[in-house]
Design a protein around this ligand. Sequence first.
Ligand code: NAD
Length: 271
Amino acid sequence: MQNNFDISGQVAVVTGAGGVLGGSISRSLMEAGAKVVAIDIREENLNKRVEELKTIHEHVVGLIGNVLNLESLKSVAEKIKEKWGRIDILVNCAGGNIPGATLTEEQTIFDMKIEDWEQVTDLNLNGSVYPCLAFGAVMAEQGKGCMVNISSMATYSSITRVPGYSVAKNGINIFTQWMATEMALKFGEGIRVNAIAPGFFIGDQNRKVLINDDGSYTERSVKVLAKTPMKRFGNITELNGAVQFLCSPAASFITGVILPIDGGFSAFSGV
Ligand code: NAD
């Protein structure tokens, strides 16, 4: 019987592959037999990641790329076509909060620097839109492909202190729906566009706001866990199955969804 979740042999582009989610998702795609093009702006992290991924199998390349430079992404797409002839999967992991754009407990929105607002909204919105344009165009030529964006819990209702990030991730939601509609209407049902919305996972970007120096939970962490019916933070590897599912034949009639992976956070009112 054919494995409905099979993605082996597919060419997958992962942006932000040097980071936490991008690394974990790249590993799992390779373990499922996909060929991976790992893209990141930070050369050192990218090189380390590629060395690590090569221990799974040999079909991985690392390319330096800036997700905010459409022209450079188009030339990366050409290089991938020269090497492997096609692009089947795109997972947009480049993104995240930036320290200046996270307000402190004492600050209000009127203290926010406009440069920080512009930087965080640019990275978290255009940083996924541009790769969808550069690599999605290859999928449109093929009539086949899957794009996966990364949304956030900051899109269901407001989360304090992260205004720019929240607005940009809400932009990702409607862009995902818009692009899904555009692809199916104009290029056929072979191209699907979806997003995952991770709940709370302790990573480098949010460790300081969730964990105190002595290892105990911050007041913010306690609030998060109180609204999470599963009463725990997620493990980063718990995102991988959903990404593989969305890119596999098992999801052939699924496009334009934003799938929460959050231990029930978005489902629960807190009461
Ligand atoms: P991370 O900081 O570990 O990784 C992000 C990677 O993107 C880094 O390697 C960085 O070098 C790269 N990058 C940054 N700017 C770039 C650019 N212009 N061009 C190319 N690469 C660039 O972040 P993460 O925790 O892996 O998060 C990945 C995505 O998942 C982000 O969109 C983040 O908002 C989202 N997310 C993360 C969590 C979490 O708990 N970690 C929760 C919800 C959503």
